[in-house]
Design a protein. Sequence first.
Length: 99
Amino acid sequence: MKKSRIEFEKQMVEQMILLYCKGHKHAVSAPCAECSELASYTKNKLNSCKFAETKQYCSKCTVHCYRPDMKSKIKTVMSYSGPRMLLYHPVVAIKHFFS
Ligand SMILES: [Zn+2]
C-alpha cells in the first residue's frame, strides 16, 4: 500500500510530463531529452523521499527537495498537465487532486 502510493505518483508524474512534452511538440517521439531528464529526476526524488510513507503529494510537501531549476520545470508541467489530466484520466486525476 505504502509502496503503491509512490508508484502511483511516479506514474502520474510520468504521464504529466509526457502530456506536457507532446503538447509543446518538443520532439517527434515524446518525451524529449529534457523531459525525460526531468522525469527521471522526479522519480529519483520520489524514491528517496523521506516522507514516502506518510507524506502528502510533492506539491504540498514542506521539504523542498527539488533543485530550483527542476522545481520550476515541474511546476510548469503541473500547471499545464494538471487540468488536462482531468480530461484524459478523470478517475486518476480526481483521486490525485483530492487525496
Ligand atoms: Zn519535452
